[in-house]
Design a protein around this ligand. Structure first.
Ligand code: M6R
Length: 601
């Protein structure tokens, strides 16, 4: 989604703002712009498309020490220069992340006050509102405080005003915004990578807080304009951690980090004993039913979590996508735990579900990567995955770390509920320890997957099939492939194909079949034979070897306890998707139309 960066200090602001915007590129955008004070006047330069187009219009040596920049991911109005941020109305110039829900109503009122709008954006309306309020009270802080009471929706604003050439203002509700300091001055940013080259110390702005920032001072106010004391946080990763470190793409780097990510995540909660699981997860015993709610890949981890928890812990689990769950009748009660899974911890729909559940006094657990994110802060319980900074839009290591958490939770609850006995527990513990090495070996086998990718990358559609947990992983494998390669891909329950979808199978249609669940193996094989008989090019992923050749390509994977199996299965399919996208010349880390963190509904 959109990115914000602002700077005020001793250094020239344009190079710093442009660096920040480039560091935020991974969030996804379609235009970019910058506004800065030059000789006490605000200058604005915008460009459609990539930041390189904006850079071509800028003088990096301009004597300017205060400015704001933005990358826009279009919501209201087309992706063009007029709609690009910053927007200026009267004395105010602003950049904005989020959505102003009551903008139409505000626009009508402001038009009656003789405001004329150039763009189709909600942001320009918010800017006009600031100007309108300021004309009455002549005080910037009071203007912003009053605006909070009027604006509805999610927003993070970076604001400058003609009447105050030394100060950067910021405001937030729901959309994240941080303030940071280095030895030269102060920053605002929508995300930590924007400032990581300069500093790893930052302050998190909370909902309805207003920041007033000069070169040497940061003051944060609440909505009543009382000063709020803020804690300085430290982002634990280095700038290098947020760079490609020699890999061609962030996605490839992140896939290759998965052995370490798995180990870091497991080691944080498990020391080889059931007692460590008891200590970290005993709060789960209170609940008789679980609702897992998330979006995209995080939803897919929920599907795996459901298969595991229902089978091994005997607890009913309902999994839903957040954009549906937030508006439906939820049959939860005080014995239900609502689990929100989110890499970013800022996904708007998932956050809305969290707030809905809390409002209904239902207990919530967040499984989140980004420390201090909104979902992590607002949930009753938090389990952090230890994936580190994930930059590629297509998630890989965070998905795998979420699976690792579900494997631990299932092991704990399964043992506690008497489904897993001591002997089985010992096998699981043994496999947990083997896994980093097995993950590593699976990644090292990449050439096998790449050769298969070379055979299928020109196809217009690719199917995934599986049953049970293998189907849940098919969903993620299919998403990975389509989001980065733009090839149409659908995942089906293998047994469901003959009820319609099998009519799409032609000679050589690639079908990637996952068959690891021993209980369902025979059934899955029959379904694979059905597509093979209709000419499909079958790529089988399995932990078992077969005498029969009912497939065209075979990806063999390590056979581990079923609670851990999904963690291995996904790796070849991530690498296969990567190579298919690469062969097709796609923008792997920043696929078109997508954003890393979806902070609008
Ligand atoms: O940050 P979140 O985990 O809440 O994000 C959820 C989805 O937007 C995300 O998983 C998305 O589907 C990814 N592009 C998948 O690779």
């Amino acid at each position: 989604m959109c990115g914000i960066i602002g700077y005020v200090g001793k250094d020239k602001c344009i190079p710093k703002i442009i660096h920040g915007l480039e560091a935020l590129e991974y969030r996804g955008y379609d235009s970019a712009g910058i506004s800065y004070f030059f000789k006490n006047k605000i200058k604005t330069i915008k460009a459609e498309g990539k930041i390189v187009n904006l850079k071509a219009l800028l003088n990096f040596n301009e004597e300017s020490y205060l400015g704001i920049g933005h990358t826009r991911w279009a919501t209201h109005g087309k992706a063009n220069k007029t709609n690009a941020h910053p927007h200026s109305v009267g004395k105010f110039t602003i950049v904005h992340n989020g959505i102003i829900e009551n903008y139409s109503e505000l626009k009508e009122k402001l038009i009656k006050e003789k405001y004329v709008f150039k763009s189709e954006t909600d942001t320009e309306v918010a800017c006009a509102l600031f100007d309108f309020l300021y004309k009455k009270n002549k005080n910037i802080l009071e203007t912003l405080s009053e605006a909070i009471k009027i604006l509805k929706g999610s927003y993070a604003f970076g604001i400058i005003c003609n009447d105050d050439a030394n100060t950067l203002y910021a405001l937030r509700n729901t959309s994240p915004l941080i303030i940071a300091t280095d030895e030269t001055g102060n920053f605002i940013a929508s995300d930590v990578p924007a400032i990581l080259k300069f500093t790893n110390k930052y302050i998190l702005l909370e909902d309805n807080e207003i920041a007033q920032i000069t070169a040497d001072k940061i003051v944060v106010y609440n909505n009543n304009l009382e000063i709020v004391k803020k804690n300085i946080k430290t982002f634990s990763e280095s700038y290098e951690a947020a760079t490609k470190n020699g890999y061609e793409h962030f996605m490839l780097k992140e896939i290759n980090e998965q052995d370490k990510v798995y180990k870091n995540t497991i080691d944080y909660y498990f020391d080889g004993t059931i007692e460590s699981l008891e200590k970290n997860f005993n709060f789960l015993n209170k609940f008789e039913r679980i609702d897992i709610v998330a979006c995209g890949s995080a939803y897919h981890t929920g599907l795996v979590g459901k298969c595991l928890i229902e089978k091994y812990a005997n607890i009913p689990v309902n999994v839903e996508v957040a954009s549906e769950y937030r508006y439906k009748n939820c049959f939860y009660n005080n014995k239900t735990l609502v689990i929100l899974v989110s890499q970013s911890g800022e996904t708007a729909d998932t956050l809305a579900v969290l707030r809905k559940a809390k409002n209904d006094q239902i207990k919530t657990l967040a499984i989140v990567n980004v420390v201090g994110s909104s979902i992590a802060r607002e949930a009753d319980y938090v389990i952090y995955i230890k994936a580190g900074c994930e930059i590629a839009v297509a998630t890989t290591k965070a998905y795998l770390a979420q699976l690792a958490i579900f494997s631990l939770i299932t092991t704990y609850l399964g043992y506690k509920n008497g489904v897993i006995d001591s002997k089985e527990l010992t096998t699981i513990f043994k496999d947990i320890n083997l896994l980093p090495n097995l993950i590593n070996k699976t990644i090292a086998n990449y050439e096998t997957y790449f050769k298969i990718a070379d055979k299928i990358y020109k196809h217009k559609q690719i199917f995934f099939i599986g049953r049970g947990i293998d189907y849940a992983i098919s969903m993620e494998a299919s998403l990975k492939l389509k989001e980065i390669s733009y090839i149409n891909s659908v995942a089906y329950q293998a047994g469901e194909l003959k009820h319609g979808t099998i009519s799409l199978i032609d000679k050589n249609t690639p079908v990637i079949a996952i068959a690891t669940d021993k209980y369902l193996l025979e059934k899955t094989i029959s379904n694979i034979k059905e597509v093979k008989a209709r000419g499909a090019f079958v790529i089988l992923v399995s932990n078992t070897t077969f005498k029969d050749h009912f497939y065209d390509e075979f990806i063999t994977i390590a056979d581990v306890h079923p609670i851990l199996q999904s963690i291995i299965i996904i790796i070849p399919l991530q690498l296969l998707a990567y190579k298919v996208a690469k062969n097709n010349g796609c923008n792997i880390d920043k696929p078109k139309n997508l954003a890393k963190s979806v902070t609008v509904e």
